[in-house]
Design a binder for this molecule. Structure first.
Ligand SMILES: [Zn+2]
Ligand SMILES: [Zn+2]
Length: 150
């Protein structure tokens, strides 16, 4: 049985002249529904848990294709593990704050920061195509636990 969401996903693939293989659908659906920033190993484990017929090699290959076709965004949080998230529309752009203690990723969007970047680029006649901003630090939960309660 095919869900409505799956039907429209298949249409998106078709519009992009990309074959909607079960693996591609599974990986994209997982990233869409979880809304998280997962690495390939985590994606592999979660699909295994869902009793999907996948191998690590397939996951890596599938992710590369999905990134190439802009379905998925590849993120480097500088800890040696590439993370993947579903690629939103350009008007749903967001940036990231990454906790260096627990690894939790927070998404944020600030129109003033976005506008400022545009202005700086314009000043030097630079055509901005995209940007990536990751802010590293310590989240409130980890900061609190490091701080002994008086
Ligand atoms: Zn934390
Ligand atoms: Zn994100």
């Amino acid at each position: 049985m095919q869900t409505q969401a799956e039907g429209s996903l298949k249409r998106v693939f078709r519009d992009n002249a990309l074959k909607a293989t079960p693996q591609r659908l599974d990986v994209l659906k997982l990233l869409m529904t979880s809304g998280e920033h997962l690495d390939a190993e985590e994606i592999y484990k979660r699909l295994l848990k869902k009793k999907k017929n996948v191998s690590r090699a397939t996951i890596y290959r599938t992710l590369e294709v999905l990134v190439e076709y802009d379905f998925v965004r590849k993120l480097d949080f500088a800890d040696g593990r590439m993370r993947y998230e579903q690629n939103q529309n350009p008007d749903e752009h967001h940036d990231h704050m990454v906790c260096q203690v627990c690894g939790k990723v927070f998404e944020f969007f600030n129109p003033q920061i976005e506008a400022l970047q545009e202005a700086i680029a314009q000043e030097i006649n630079f055509q901005m195509l995209s940007h990536t901003m990751h802010i590293y630090g310590i989240c409130s939960a980890c900061g609190d636990s490091a701080d002994p309660v008086a």
